[in-house]
Design a protein around this ligand. Sequence first.
Ligand code: UDP
Ligand code: MN
Length: 251
Amino acid sequence: QLPLIYAITPTYSRPVQKAELTRLANTFRQVARLHWILVEDSAVGTELVSRFAAGLGRAGGPPCTHLHVLTPRRYKRPGQPRATEQRNAGLAWIRQRHQHLAAPQPGVLFFADDDNTYSLELFEEMRTTSKVSVWPVGLVGGRRYERPIVEKGKVVGWYTGWRAGRPFAIDMAGFAVSLQVILSNPKAVFRRHGSQPGMQESDFLRQITTMEELEPKASNCTKVLVWHTRTEKVNLANEPKYHLDNIRIEV
Ligand code: UDP
Ligand code: MN
């Protein structure tokens, strides 16, 4: 049986949320053995996401676990890393799910932001992760792409336009971790304190791996299979100030 891929997606309420999640679901539904962990940035699960998650199964979508945890208000500021609590909630759920199993099923986990673009090939590549695998990311860091630099099959450095001194100069979309590594490092989490902007990935990876251990994917990190796309903020300038339509409609 194929290793199960766990995709942890933090998500928050905004006009484009359902469109983003729909696009992501349409990618994930084409991937065999994928379990989607959708973690809302909210104090309670919203109706929109609850309905969306429940409807996935009926529409032939991926199995989905819907969680929620609110980001404290003090962290909702520019320069603060995003979605730390949500990714940790996903990690905690996975660890709890496996705590009673002596030998966990083979699995791979990755962090799938709701606005990125994922090729189907990416999942084939990450599926064979034995510890931690890495690959290039397109449209990120003020460049067309960033990538791990590979020599003789080993990662020796980073092609990046931004804070090149980071121990793992890689975006959240650029790596996957085996379930085994997540379970054998039960304390590894994303940290806010002591984790400067852009250092979340580095700080997390430092807790679980070393440069020498990294497994380069995507033809020795020469292919872009994921893009750090960002959705334009939607123009609602003509939205009426009070409700004019005679139906309520979810968008
Ligand atoms: N996110 C969140 N709460 C927030 C802001 C973002 O849960 O307050 C989620 C968002 O839905 C996405 C991830 O965190 O899945 C990364 O956020 P974003 O895409 O805005 O970051 P960037 O593209 O700037 O890296
Ligand atoms: Mn994004």
